[in-house]
Design a protein around this ligand. Structure first.
Ligand code: NAD
Ligand code: MG
Length: 384
């Protein structure tokens, strides 16, 4: 029985992880989980699963759960997530938090020698080097949940790292893949949240439309698979059937295919290296008929190019880019800025930032705090 601690249980990945666990109760036991403010979702999970540790963001919500379940240890507040990660009994941490907040719990779990299944790509973008070092120091495994990275991990099975020629990451193109840059000026939040191929949390859906998501994924792939940026290619693939590929030195390309359903990469990360039956829709290639691949236009999607540049330079810059994007993405969700302001703010912050190497978590916290403050001030200027 594998014991699982799930962070971000109320989110899109979190809820699908609960589904995977419920379908394999002979394999997995959920021993703890966290939600942010959605205490109703926490109560729903507790109806069906017996859990020992729960985190909610606010003290009042924590009190509600404590009252209803006196044998559950409930955590809340700023330090609470770390306390949960430290106190719970588990073999695998599933990190389905969104954003920078996912970093410290990941590092904490690794320091406690726990394996991690990671949906929270921001962790690797802001602290790839530190996370990699911690994994080696603590002999811990990191299993990607992001579908592209799960696909690559699957295509790498049984092959040698030195025989990789390149990674080919597929991109759906996001909500605005058929709009010109000119047409992006007036798009609304509601337009942005209509992803053509699937439903996800708000932040990643917006990141998919700006193509920041694919940029974050390039950096994530660089750290996960130890491949140079020159050997990571992104191709536009509208059908989202091929989830990514690996090309080898003999020109053989391995691809992983399936219908777009995150329960497959989640289940693969939870069960690695085993595969188990799943209740998703199987892929019917005859019905799909044709698959299309197109070159990515870096002028149309400048944030993808920026991610390559920032990834190559390294140091604090990926963290700066990530923090600027989180602040701008959030401001767009609150209606404070226009869609194209997201991109402009991220570029401005990266240009303004002073390059610094990263040697500790403090360096990362400092870069993140600086950029959030900088971007918030820029947003105030926009709103004046
Ligand atoms: P979501 O917004 O649906 O859920 C995020 C979860 O994080 C929620 O449970 C929320 O309560 C929690 N959370 C957010 N801020 C918090 C805070 N300050 N303290 C405590 N909890 C907090 O997000 P999602 O779409 O499930 O994405 C989660 C991660 O997985 C992201 O990094 C995303 O890029 C990645 N990812 C998502 C998908 C997808 O299909 N949704 C696919 C690939 C990768
Ligand atoms: Mg992805």
């Amino acid at each position: 029985m594998k014991k699982i601690l799930l962070l971000g249980a109320s989110g899109s990945i979190g809820q699908q992880t609960i589904d995977v666990i419920k379908n394999h109760l002979d394999q997995y036991e959920l021993t703890g989980f966290s939600v942010g403010k959605q205490v109703d979702k926490a109560l729903m999970i507790l109806k069906d699963l017996k859990v020992a540790h729960v985190y909610v963001k606010d003290a009042e919500d924590a009190a509600k759960i404590s009252e209803a379940y006196q044998d559950i240890k409930v955590y809340h507040g700023q330090e609470g997530l770390d306390e949960l990660v430290e106190a719970a009994d588990y073999d695998l941490l599933v990190n389905a938090l969104v954003g920078f907040v996912g970093l410290q719990p990941t590092l904490k779990a690794i320091s406690l020698n726990k394996d991690v299944a990671l949906a929270n790509k921001e962790t690797l973008v802001v602290a790839g080097e530190l996370v990699k070092k911690a994994l080696v120091d603590h002999h811990v495994n990191l299993f990607p949940i992001d579908s592209e990275h799960s696909a690559i991990a699957q295509c790498l099975q049984g092959n040698k790292h030195e025989e990789i020629k390149k990674l080919i990451i597929t991109a759906s193109g996001g909500s605005f893949r058929d709009k010109s840059r000119d047409q992006l000026k007036d798009v609304t939040l509601a337009d942005t949240l209509k992803h053509p191929n699937w439903s996800m949390g708000a932040k990643i859906t917006i990141d998919s439309a700006t193509m920041m998501n694919k940029g974050l994924e390039v950096i994530e792939a660089h750290y996960l698979f130890d491949v140079d940026y020159d050997d990571i290619e992104v191709v536009l693939h509208r059908e989202s059937i091929v989830h990514s590929m690996v090309e080898y030195v003999d020109n053989s390309i391995m691809a992983q295919l399936g219908n777009a359903d995150m329960r497959l990469p989640i289940q693969y990360a939870l069960g690695f290296p085993r595969r188990y039956p799943i209740n998703t829709e199987p892929l019917d290639l005859v019905k799909v008929g044709t698959l299309h691949f197109e070159k990515m236009d870096m002028e149309r999607f400048p944030l993808l190019k920026l991610a390559y540049d920032v990834g190559r330079k390294g140091g604090n810059l990926p963290c700066i880019m990530n923090g600027a994007n989180e602040e701008a993405n959030f401001a767009f969700q609150k209606g404070q800025i226009a869609f194209l302001d997201i991109e402009a703010l991220v570029f401005k912050a990266v240009e303004k930032a002073k390059f610094k190497p990263i040697t500790s978590i403090e360096d990362i916290l400092e870069a993140d705090a600086w950029v959030r403050n900088y971007v918030r001030k820029q947003i105030e200027v926009i709103n004046k």
